[in-house]
Design a protein around this ligand. Structure first.
Ligand code: PMP
Length: 428
């Protein structure tokens, strides 16, 4: 038994399923997850000392690669000043100003510690601001694990969500309407019927939690029109896409100005920072200015904020997103080409440093099409890649991430592994 296996066995004795977040347990692909000891640049090293090229990047934050020297130095300096004060700090002002500078739709921003908190708080704020209860989310989008958002589509055209997790009372999700992603007619119909009761629409403009599925421009434009017309708050969840698909986020690519935006992942550079922000008129409804309560012991933690700020500075280097986009596009075109040569039905797409790969002939445009991906082929591919030193997200329903340290030699090693892996897939 190697050290990873031994640790996984041991972990299961004291941690439910051996992990602190479910997807890490490799449940959908099977096998033992490597226990990671350290990471550098594009690489992870497990407890056995095995090296992997990392396309998960801690699920998005590590856009600079692991252990970026400038970021680590900044964090060390912050640590020397103390870990947490529970009082205002200069760093919080600087990071808020930086976010405002980069994302023009933000007048004011509040820091929290996870994307889940950002989503939960943004929805409470939208409800408090509008005085309405109903919210719209889309099938396949994920906005954290707060109760009202853990819903799946029920039956019928206008679908009131039913809880997708045990422990969520149906009463809590009765005001969550779940609609089809990229379905403009359904959205329009819902607003016609009950637009005046809808507090907010929450959306991933480029969905990354049903693998990667970009919204159509028409869908986002229609959403902005309808929400503006009905006094509904439009919340764009950029926890994954913010500072990832482009410096100015997915909203810049769609030319849309949301009322509220959620951030996470890259904004903390690998430490627990997330945020929600937007129009002053709405943000001013939050305590201590307004009646919507929201708080956090470690919100704006000085060490985490230092890490986030150093990361936000680094991504603004000239040419950063050009280089990141080029490397990601090379990765995807390389994989698609090799799959073609090996006779495997496979497709892929990317935006900035985010990508989706699919075991189906064309890229999916909806949740339903994502569901048509061949999960058995993915499983085989995933394990063959892992065996050959490439660490992909352990599920066919996750997006992938490239960092600025993924240079051509890293991509070429990935292609060597992929050729072997596609040959295995052919046998399935
Ligand atoms: N929104 C989106 C779009 C996400 O991808 C995630 C996490 N994958 C979240 C919200 C929740 O963030 P966290 O895991 O930090 O709670």
């Amino acid at each position: 038994m190697d050290r990873n296996e031994a640790l996984f066995d041991r972990a299961q004795e004291s941690i439910p399923g051996g992990v602190n977040s479910p997807v890490r347990a490799f449940k959908s692909v099977g096998g033992v997850p490597p226990f990671i000891k350290k990471a550098l640049g594009p690489h992870l090293y497990d407890e056995e000392g095995k090296k992997y090229i990392d396309y998960v990047g801690s699920w998005g934050p590590m856009i600079l690669g692991h252990n970026n020297p400038a970021v680590i130095q900044t964090v060390k300096e912050a640590v020397d000043n103390g870990l947490s004060f529970g009082a205002p700090t200069q760093g919080e002002v600087l990071i808020a100003e930086e976010i405002k500078k980069i994302i023009p739709s933000i007048d004011e921003v509040r820091l929290v510690s996870s994307g889940t908190e950002a989503g939960m708080s943004a929805i409470r704020l939208a409800r408090g601001y509008t005085g309405r209860n109903k919210i719209i989310k889309f099938e396949g989008c994920y906005h954290g694990h707060s109760d009202a958002l853990l819903v799946k589509a029920g039956s019928g055209l206008l679908t009131f969500g039913t809880p997708s997790s045990a422990g969520v009372p149906a009463d809590v999700t009765k005001d969550t309407i779940v609609l089809e992603y990229n379905n403009c007619d359904m959205l329009e119909e819902t607003f016609e019927k009950e637009g005046e009761q809808i507090a907010c629409v929450i959306v991933e403009a480029i969905a990354g939690n049903m693998n990667m599925v970009p919204a159509t421009r028409e869908f986002i434009t229609k959403m902005r029109e309808l929400t503006a017309k009905h006094g509904t708050v439009m919340i764009v969840d950029e926890v994954m896409t913010g500072f990832r698909v482009a410096l100015h986020g997915a909203q810049s690519l769609y030319g849309v100005t949301p009322d509220l935006t959620m951030f996470g992942k890259v904004i903390g550079g690998g430490m627990p920072v997330a945020a929600f922000g937007g129009k002053k008129e709405i943000m001013d409804c939050i305590a201590p200015l307004g009646p919507v309560y929201q708080a956090g012991t470690l919100s704006g933690n000085p060490v985490a904020v230092a890490c986030g700020l150093a990361t936000l500075k680094a991504i603004q280097e000239p040419g950063f997103y050009d280089r990141l986009s080029i490397q990601t596009a090379k990765l995807i075109s390389g994989l698609v080409q090799i799959a073609k040569e090996e006779g495997v039905a496979f497709s892929g797409q990317c935006t900035g440093g985010m990508f989706g790969i699919y075991f189906r002939p064309t890229c999916p445009a909806s949740f339903k099409e994502v569901m048509e991906c061949d999960t058995e082929k993915f499983k085989t591919f995933f394990h063959a890649m892992l065996d050959n030193g490439v660490y992909l997200a352990p599920s066919t329903f996750e997006a992938g991430f490239v960092s600025i340290t993924h240079d051509d030699s890293v991509l070429n090693k990935t292609f060597e592994a992929a050729r072997k892996a596609f040959k295995e897939v052919r046998k399935v």
